[in-house]
Design a protein around this ligand. Structure first.
Ligand code: TYD
Length: 209
């Protein structure tokens, strides 16, 4: 068992993960934790370089298997270089996306199968599964509309509505499959309400540790 606490934030594009991560960081720091925030794909020099390839909107010919392996590679490096060592030191790690993104985007929306994607990712993550995962659940249309207002869309965000609908549903399936780990939160609620739901759950975990 590692010493720290590992929390992941999941949800469709535009579900408000970054805002909630910043609020949770503040809370955990007040609880005395040294907090590390990271994002996927990315978080190390190598993983950020892989991110550039994955999200490049000119690479429309990328095969689903290539995509799965690139996400897993970026993850393997992040775990090895950053997340694993931080947890061993007792830090709190909050990751903006983790393996559930692969299970949903590549396993379900791309159709590679959840088991296949999990098998590949087992090598990347080793023993480091999150203590808790928050799923910010949002209708696909709302997420995409939010993203469009914010920035130029990347290769994944440029996928059609059908793909994003499948992602939103895929996350709900994943939450049913792992009810002990994944806590679903309605992301259309006000920011402070979402934040207090998250803090309550984390506080329960800390108390029972
Ligand atoms: P990013 O800009 O980080 O999206 P967001 O701000 O919505 O988190 O881009 C990451 C994209 O990659 C996002 O569309 C989800 C997708 N993704 C996968 O398809 N599989 C994965 O394993 C991960 C980590 C992300």
């Amino acid at each position: 068992m590692s010493q720290g606490i590992f929390i992941t934030m999941e949800g469709p594009d535009g579900s408000g993960k970054s805002t909630q991560i910043a609020l949770l960081k503040e809370y955990l720091e007040n609880e005395g934790f040294d907090v590390l925030i990271t994002r996927e794909p990315g978080g190390t020099k190598i993983s950020e370089a892989i991110r550039e390839i994955i999200l490049n909107k000119d690479f429309t010919e990328m095969s689903p298997v290539t995509e799965m392996l690139l996400y897993a590679s970026a993850r393997a490096q992040l775990i090895n270089e950053v997340i694993g060592p931080a947890l061993e030191k007792g830090q709190a790690v909050i990751s903006d996306r983790f393996v559930d993104s692969s299970l949903v985007y590549q396993g379900i929306a791309r159709g590679l199968g959840v088991e296949t994607v999990y098998e590949v990712n087992k090598n990347a993550i080793g023993k480091y599964m999150p203590d808790v995962t928050f799923l910010l659940d949002l209708p696909a249309e709302v997420g995409i509309a939010r993203k469009k207002g914010q920035k130029e869309l990347d290769r994944m965000e440029l996928e059609g509505l059908e793909f994003h609908l499948s992602v939103a549903q895929g996350y709900r399936d994943m939450a049913e499959r792992f009810p002990d780990r994944i806590r679903t939160i309605d992301a259309t609620k006000p920011v402070d309400e979402i934040s207090s739901l998250i803090k309550t759950k984390v506080s329960d975990i800390l108390k029972s540790a």
